[in-house]
Design a protein around this ligand. Structure first.
Ligand code: ZN
Ligand code: ZN
Ligand code: ZN
Length: 375
């Protein structure tokens, strides 16, 4: 791997992660992690292999023994020569006609207790459970401590992702104009997301007028009108695979007094949550900070979702910033802070930044102005 390859971190980064994953597996009194293609596999060895009906599976023994990759011979290239050579993984390739689940079992001791990644298809999970004679547990509680706390190279990737999506928001006046449809605006934003440094656009929400009141709206043939409030929530991955995710709320022309006042409250609510972030506080206290501001202004009933979600190699991952989550935040955790207010049939607004917990607070990956932006 050349040092100019932005698609992966260096081998020592993955080596340390594999070592730590084995330790955490041991601490959880499990014998091995079984990881199929998805964010956990990408996290542990940098592989972008995809899941198919033929099993590809990383086996990480809790003992600290060399991890193995069970992989169809015809998919070997997808693993990347570097992963095998630099990480010293043991490759167990197989051809059609061989039972790969028995191969997985043969690597471990009889009766081994395993944990599997959340992305493992039932197609593979069920035969694994059958061969081992027991249902595996989820690897997420084992890996979450590791995956939640981003190291400096991951934080750098999130910073680059944040800057890239900020550049798209900075250009919003080029795309979002009265008389265009949401779908036309979305197509232009999609192109800009890629032009500004993402490898793809993972999601583009253009919620104009009443569509802004649907947090899950994508786009439609609705034509943007003068006076519309428009929610723009966009993001995608930046090499080596870390996501951006940022929402800003725009208004076409002059906002009504009510819109201006309510979005100003939302801006204070979002800032209150950002200000509440530091090591040692709980995830739910960060959610409560925004909620209290909205409740005090009589807008609590219009904030219908959690305040945020973790982000990294997945758009949504732990930690979730939600009531009931007493997880204590620690340095390096990365998550969104995105309160919104939704007036069904009328309009909606959301403000979203990605923040990373620092020693005494947090650093925001997104630096665009937070208030209602007039176009
Ligand atoms: Zn929807
Ligand atoms: Zn978002
Ligand atoms: Zn988000």
């Amino acid at each position: 791997m050349s040092s100019h390859d932005e698609s992966r971190f260096t081998a020592d980064v993955y080596g340390a992660r594999l070592e730590r994953a084995a330790e955490l597996t041991r601490a959880a009194h499990l014998d091995a992690l079984l990881i199929t293609p998805g964010p956990d596999l990408q996290y542990l060895i940098g592989s972008r292999a995809q899941s198919f009906e033929r099993l590809t599976c990383l086996v990480v023994p809790a003992s600290g023994a060399t991890p193995s990759v069970v992989i169809p011979k015809m998919e070997l290239a997808s693993l990347g020569a570097s992963a095998v050579a630099e990480l010293g993984l043991q490759v167990v390739d197989w051809v059609d006609g061989v039972d790969p689940y028995t191969l997985v079992k043969s690597i471990l001791n009889a009766g081994a207790r395993t944990a599997v990644d959340d992305a493992m298809p039932a197609l593979h999970l069920l035969p694994i459970a059958e061969r081992f004679g027991t249902l595996p547990v989820s690897a997420t509680p084992v890996l979450r401590e590791l995956r939640m706390s981003k190291d400096p190279s991951e934080i750098d990737a999130l910073r680059r992702a944040g800057a890239a999506i900020d550049r798209v928001h900075a250009r919003m006046g080029e795309f979002l104009r009265v008389g265009r449809t949401e779908a036309e605006v979305s197509a232009d934003i999609t192109a800009a997301i890629i032009a500004e440094g993402h490898t793809s656009a993972a999601f583009v929400i253009v919620g104009s007028g009443p569509h802004g009141a649907d947090p899950h709206h994508h786009d439609s043939d609705r034509v943007i009108e003068d006076g519309d409030v428009v929610v723009i929530d966009i993001g995608g991955p930046v090499e080596p695979g870390y996501f951006s995710d940022s929402t800003r709320t725009y208004v076409m022309g002059e906002p009504s007094e009510e819109v201006a006042e309510r979005v100003a409250v939302l801006e204070r609510a979002q800032a209150a949550s950002v200000a509440a972030v530091r090591p040692g506080v709980t995830a739910q206290s960060v959610d409560a900070a925004a909620r209290e501001v909205l409740v005090a202004a009589g807008l609590g009933d219009y904030f219908v979702h959690r305040t945020g979600h973790g982000i990294g190699l997945s758009v949504h991952e732990e930690p979730y910033i939600v009531a009931g989550n007493d997880l204590v935040l620690g340095e390096g955790m990365a998550f969104s802070i995105e309160p919104g207010i939704y007036f069904v049939g009328e309009w909606g607004a959301r403000i979203e930044d990605i923040v990373v917990v620092t020693a005494d607070g947090c650093e925001s990956m997104n630096k665009r102005p937070h208030g209602l932006t007039q176009l």
